[in-house]
Each structure stands twice: as structure tokens, then as C-alpha cells.
Design a protein around this ligand. Structure first.
Ligand SMILES: Nc1ncnc2c1ncn2[C@@H]1O[C@H](COP(=O)(O)OP(=O)(O)OP(=O)(O)O)[C@@H](O)[C@H]1O
Ligand SMILES: Nc1ncnc2c1ncn2[C@@H]1O[C@H](COP(=O)(O)OP(=O)(O)OP(=O)(O)O)[C@@H](O)[C@H]1O
Ligand SMILES: [Mg+2]
Ligand SMILES: [Mg+2]
Lengths: 226, 226
């Protein structure tokens, strides 16, 4: 499903090069459930952004469903970002002038859903992540964990084949974190491919395997014993 | 040092009232080291913002060093926010057009330090939190955890009497989180009063006691057995 060949990402800052990813090789099969762990600054978000078609590598190749992503046009990329991949951002990235429900509805507009469908789907998702009673709050009127839940609901809106979640429980209390992981576990049982970045091993152990990243490289890829 | 009497915070949203804090009574002595824990949306950040003089309660009284905070003028409040209290925000709140070092220097300008002093103090702090090599990066050129470290360094800049840290390790890998807690533990040994919000019990257990918040109220305040 996802094939990365010798993917590198180098940020150029004046005369200095910051190598965020170095020749990453990675194969992810449909239905995989993989956790990505590693120190701050090791390249996890950069890797997720490239897989999610939100950023381009400096070198190397990325095949999604056997299509060379670097050869796709803007419409095809937008379609992937909005319908095939659900992305939970580390910094949530909600639109500040839309309330929680409208933020969740955004991908549904792209997905061609009717107004009635968008209303139902978004409310269902907000209730599912436990904030049905915050639907009309703006992001600035929500707690950190509530914003994270809106970001998660939005990622699930179009029932995507692939979920990329960058530290989805970082701002959640233990109980909320467990509820979100139950949602992800169930989606994976139903066939959704899931990549999730986390700093917490007990969250990572919900996955079937864990990729450890260090200084822009994959250090090891270990199965989770269940 | 900090005395809250029947502090309430009610957000008015049209015809609906959202009670974020309900009649909170709290006494914090100089040198206390207290963790604040509770579910998402329970009122932790709201409580921290009131204590940090960043927000005003709807009712109740707040005495800081025996001064009624509601009677202080803008200059006195700015002085408290910039010199007496160091605040680590849950969402970091860095200035996007200043690099890491300049963000850390900001409180030092208010503190009347010379240019040379600001340069030395900010670089020391960035190295102390482990990102000396990211001093010239803008926030947008930093990882989530690196931004959090800049926010922590900035809170320490003026060597404040009180540190209010709202989930300071939420985006940090385990090792970085432990390094930050070592810094906080040492500051408390040296007399700094510390309030820190966390979702992780093993982080909370660095403190001397833990306040559990539920639905805007203090449910219990328990000593940490060491
Ligand atoms: N400006 C606002 N208008 C309306 N309601 C608000 C506003 N700000 C916060 N709230 C509500 O107040 C409650 C408390 O928010 P607060 O940010 O203090 O929670 P928290 O305990 O810090 O949560 P978290 O652990 O998720 O960060 C939440 O239910 C939130 O929806
Ligand atoms: N635009 C940029 N310009 C320069 N360097 C950058 C830029 N964006 C990221 N970096 C650097 O690339 C490295 C990898 O960043 P990345 O955000 O992928 O880390 P991460 O593993 O997600 O960390 P965290 O766990 O803290 O979120 C970091 O050292 C960061 O400073
Ligand atoms: Mg990251
Ligand atoms: Mg909060």
C-alpha cells in the first residue's frame, strides 16, 4: 500500500543543512497497524507529513497504491489528502473561526456529502470521541484535550483507508486516551491501515509493530507481542 | 503565597453558561510542589490561567502574596506575569516570527537585562533543555517537542518564584520528559514554588502532592508518598 524507497528530507537553512530524514526504506501493507516512536526531533512528524502527501521528500521515491506520488497532479493529491488519508496533526490545526462541528464537517464537504449527511456524521463523530456537548464551541473555547478530540473526529470523517495520527493522545487524560485507542483498534479490525506516532509505549503497544526512529533513520522495526 | 477563595469561572455562550470552575478554595505555600490532574475539560488550564493572572475569575477572591489580585493595576499585573511567574502554556504560545533564542529572551527584555546578558542566559537555558543547536530555528522549523522545550526555557528565563507548567511534557519523549522533571525538581529544592498540570501519574509523582480536579471542582488533594 505504502512504499518508501530511500526517502530523505533535508531542510536548507542558509548555509546549514538539517537532515530530518535519511534514506528511509519502508513498506506498509494494507491493514497494518504500526506505531512510530523516537526522541523529540528524530523525524517522526516529517515522515508522517511525507506519507500523508503534505510535504515532499528531498530525494527518494514514494509509491501509494503503486502510484508514484511525485507524478500526481494537484487534484489527485487533494483527493488523497481529503478522502484516502485521515490525518490527526500533532498541533491539531483546527480552523479557528469554525466551531467544532464545522471543523469536523470540512472533509465531508470535499467528500460530496449533503448538508443533512454532514450534520449527522459530524455529530456522531463528536459524540463518539466524547465531546458531543461541545459542538458549537470554537477551538479557542475548548480545552487542549477537547481540541485534540475534534482533530481526531475530523480525521475519521470520510472513513479513510489510512489513518495517520501524530501523537493523538498527547493532550488526553488516561481514560480519554484509552477511548480513542479503542476507536483506532476497532477501525483496524475493520481493515483501516493505521500509523500512529506516540511517546507512550502503552499506547504504541495497541499496534501490531513499532518502528523506532533515531536521528532521521529507522533504527528497528519490532513486532508487538500480544 | 497563593490563596484562592471560592473562585468560580463561568463562560457565557449566548444563553448557555459553561461553568469551568466552581467555588475553588486553594492555599499554596511558598516552596510547594503540586501536580494538578483530572480529565480533559475539567478546568485545569482555566485554574492555571487565573493563578497566572492571565484570566480573571467570574467570582471569588485571589490573593497573591497577600495582595488582592483584582485590585492590582496593569503595570503590577504585567510585572507579576513577566517576573514573578514563569508560565509554560499547554499550546506553547511562541511568537512565530522570532527564533527559539529570541522567544526565550523576551521575558529578559522586560526584566531589564543587557543584550549580552540576554544572549548568555537564553543560550544557557536552551542548552539546559537540550536544544542549544536549534537556537536560530523559527517555531515553524521545530518539532513539537522542541517547541515545548523553548516554551519551558522561556518560562525559566527570569528565574521566577513561581512556575506554572501546563502539561510541560505532553509532547516530549520519555527521556526528554525526565530531563525536564529533573530541572523542575532541582528548582523546587532551591525554593521555587511549582504547580504543574499533567495527565501522567509518574510525572505527577515528582511533586509533593496531587490535586485532582473533576468538573471544575477540587475532588481531593493527596500527598505523594516518596
Ligand atoms: N472561552 C471559552 N468559552 C466557553 N467554554 C470554554 C472556554 N474556554 C474553556 N471552556 C470550557 O471550559 C472547560 C474547562 O477547560 P480547561 O481548558 O480548563 O480544561 P482542562 O482541564 O485544561 O482540559 P485539558 O486536559 O483537555 O487541557 C472545558 O469544558 C471547555 O470546553
Ligand atoms: N522547516 C524546518 N526547517 C529546519 N528544520 C526543521 C524544519 N522542520 C523540522 N525541522 C527539524 O527536523 C527535525 C525533525 O523534526 P520532526 O518534527 O519530524 O521531529 P519529531 O520526531 O516529530 O519530534 P517531536 O517528537 O518533538 O514531535 C527536528 O530536529 C527539527 O528541528
Ligand atoms: Mg512531531
Ligand atoms: Mg488544559
Amino acid at each position: 500500500l505504502i512504499k518508501l524507497k530511500s526517502i530523505s528530507k533535508i531542510y536548507k537553512m542558509g548555509s546549514i543543512d538539517v537532515p530530518a530524514l535519511r534514506k528511509i526504506d519502508l513498506n506498509i501493507k494494507r491493514g497494518d497497524y504500526i506505531a512510530v516512536m523516537g526522541p523529540s526531533g528524530s523525524g517522526k512528524s516529517t515522515l508522517m507529513n511525507i506519507i500523508g502527501c503534505l510535504d515532499v521528500p528531498t530525494s527518494g521515491e514514494y509509491f501509494l497504491n503503486n502510484r508514484d506520488v511525485s507524478k500526481l497532479n494537484d487534484n489527485e493529491l487533494a483527493n488523497i489528502r481529503n478522502k484516502e488519508i485521515g490525518f490527526v496533526f500533532q498541533t491539531f490545526n483546527l480552523l479557528p473561526r469554525l466551531n467544532a462541528q464545522k471543523n469536523v464537517e470540512l472533509p465531508l464537504i470535499y467528500g460530496g456529502k449533503t448538508k443533512k449527511e454532514r450534520n449527522e456524521i459530524s455529530m456522531d463523530l463528536l459524540k463518539k470521541v466524547g465531546i458531543g456537548n461541545r459542538a458549537s464551541h470554537l477551538p479557542g473555547e475548548l480545552s487542549g484535550g477537547q481540541r485534540q478530540k475534534v482533530a481526531i473526529a475530523r480525521a475519521l470523517a470520510n472513513n479513510p483507508d489510512i489513518i495517520l495520527a501524530d501523537e493523538p493522545t498527547g493532550n488526553l487524560d488516561t481514560k480519554s486516551g484509552a477511548e480513542i485507542m479503542t476507536i483506532f483498534d476497532k477501525l483496524n479490525d475493520e481493515g483501516t491501515t493505521i500509523l500512529l506516532v506516540t511517546h507512550e509505549s502503552f499506547i504504541g503497544e495497541h499496534a501490531n509493530s513499532i518502528i523506532h526512529i533515531l536521528d532521521g533513520e529507522i533504527e528497528k522495526h519490532v513486532k508487538v507481542s500480544k
